[in-house]
Design a protein around this ligand. Structure first.
Ligand code: SF4
Length: 212
C-alpha cells in the first residue's frame, strides 16, 4: 500500500505526534472502570514500512515506556534477527504498537497478565485505526491470537502462522504467535517450523522493501 500522494510524510509525522500525545493522555479505560495502568506504550516513526501489533504492554513495558521491553521482547527480537534485523535498527525505523496501549495488570489468578476485555479493545480500537492510517505500513505483523483475530477474523494460529496474506490494497499480513514464555503453542515442533517459515517471509519482505 503506497502512502497517499495527498499526504506528505512530514504531515503524517506531525499528525502522528499529535496522536501520540492523545494516546499518552488517554484515560478512557479508567473512566469505564477498568483497573489499567494509564500510560500508552508504542514506538516508531510515520515512515515505518513494517508495523508490529502485540496484545497489550506488560509490567516491564509500562515501567519503561518501551514496547516488547521484557522477556517476550528478547524472544521477539531473536526472531527478527532471523529476518535480518538488528533490534536497535528495528526499533528506530519500524513501528510497534498493541491492540490496547496500557498495561491491563495481572490476571485474577495472579499468573501472567490479564488479557484486555472486549470493551477495552473497543475503547482503544480507534487509536490503532489511526496509527495504521498515518503510518500506512506495507507489512503488518500481528503477534499473538488477539492481534491475529483483529486482522484475520477467527483464524487459528496454526492455520495462518507461516503464511503471508496479501490484502487487496497491497498490504501484506505476516502473523506470528505471541513470544511470551507461557505460550504452549510454541512448544510443538511443527509450530516452531511455522514460525521459521513466517520469519523467512519477513526476511524476504525486509530486503524487498528496504534493499541495502
Ligand atoms: S488502553 Fe487505550 S483506550 Fe484504554 S486508556 Fe489506554 S490508550 Fe486509552
Amino acid at each position: 500500500m503506497a502512502r497517499s500522494p495527498s499526504r506528505s510524510l512530514t504531515l503524517s509525522e506531525g499528525l502522528l505526534a499529535e496522536l501520540h500525545t492523545e494516546m499518552r493522555m488517554c484515560r478512557r479505560c479508567l473512566g469505564a472502570g477498568f483497573s489499567i495502568t494509564p500510560g500508552a506504550v508504542f514506538s516508531g516513526p510515520a515512515s515505518a514500512r513494517f508495523l508490529i501489533v502485540g496484545q497489550a504492554p506488560g509490567a516491564s513495558e509500562a515501567e519503561n515506556g518501551r514496547p516488547f521491553n521484557g522477556s517476550s521482547g528478547q524472544r521477539l527480537f531473536g526472531w527478527l534477527a532471523e529476518a535480518g534485523w538488528d533490534e536497535g535498527v528495528f526499533r528506530a525505523t519500524q513501528y510497534i504498537t498493541a491492540i490496547t496501549k496500557c498495561y491491563p495488570g495481572k490476571s485474577s489468578g495472579g499468573k501472567g497478565d490479564r488479557a484486555p476485555t472486549r470493551e477495552e479493545q473497543a475503547l482503544c480500537a480507534p487509536f490503532l485505526r489511526r496509527e495504521l492510517d498515518l503510518v500506512q505500513p506495507r507489512v503488518v505483523v500481528p503477534v499473538g491470537s488477539l492481534a491475529v483475530r483483529r486482522f484475520l477474523g477467527s483464524s487459528r494460529l496454526s492455520d495462518v502462522v507461516g503464511t503471508v496474506i496479501n490484502e487487496p490494497d497491497g498490504r501484506s499480513i505476516v502473523p506470528l504467535p505471541h513470544p511470551s514464555g507461557v505460550s504452549l503453542w510454541l512448544n510443538r515442533s511443527e509450530n516452531q517450523e511455522r514460525v521459521h517459515q513466517a520469519l523467512a517471509h519477513l526476511r524476504r519482505l525486509h530486503y524487498q522493501l528496504e534493499p541495502g
